[in-house]
Design a protein around this ligand. Structure first.
Ligand SMILES: [Zn+2]
Length: 203
């Protein structure tokens, strides 16, 4: 809880002002420019943890099951994400394979596991080791997860392929769509100000 001595700088105009205690769901605005300083999220970190756990489940489903199947002459050819990355790599398109692997698999996984590593112990009143360094890494890794770009790309390709073959949407296609929403929700709910505050309380 803010004790009235904590200072916060406005993100818009840099005015330094004292933090105040907010009612549930309240918003603190800058005295000079009216920009939002911070919001009160009741149980915000619990919500972030729930979204992150759900995102991890969908991440596993998305990477295990086929994204799409193409029915050509009665044969069903199914493609998983990792299988596609492997095929790109085998065909010599290793830069594309690396980009897909990094932005759609590794960066989102690192982001999800990093948030879990911080949120799960905090939920039980413990401080995870090296949390400060990890929060800084998370801030960087956040910009590299591009699940939504990938989902958009798949949808565009499906529309283009629809004339050539019968498209059978796979489980992973739906779970990727869900992952995109949950991942965004988890990232929004992971309020760094609240995380730092909680880390200070349990230290
Ligand atoms: Zn301001």
């Amino acid at each position: 809880m803010p004790d009235g001595n904590q200072l916060i700088a406005c993100h818009e105009c840099d005015l330094l002002q004292r933090e105040v205690a907010l009612p549930e769901g309240g918003v603190a605005r800058c005295a000079r420019c009216g920009g939002i300083l911070f919001r009160s999220h009741p149980q915000g970190l619990e919500r972030a943890l729930a979204f992150t756990l759900a995102a991890l489940v969908l991440f596993i489903i998305s990477n295990t099951f086929p994204i799409v199947g193409l029915e050509v002459n009665g044969d069903l050819i199914q493609a998983t994400l990792l299988g596609t990355v492997h095929m790109l790599y085998r065909d010599g398109m290793w830069i594309v394979a690396g980009l897909v692997m990094f932005t759609t698999v590794l960066a989102p996984l690192a982001h999800i596991l990093g948030m879990l590593y911080i949120l799960a112990p905090l939920r039980f009143g413990r401080r995870p080791p090296n949390s400060a360094a990890l929060i800084r890494v998370l801030t960087e890794v956040k910009y590299w997860g591009m699940v939504e770009v990938f989902v958009l790309g798949v949808l565009v390709s499906l529309v283009k392929l629809a004339d050539l073959a019968k498209i059978v949407p796979g489980i992973a296609l739906w779970s990727f769509a869900g992952l995109m929403i949950l991942f965004t929700a988890a990232t929004v709910a992971f309020d760094q100000r609240q995380v730092w505050q909680k880390l200070g309380e349990v230290a």
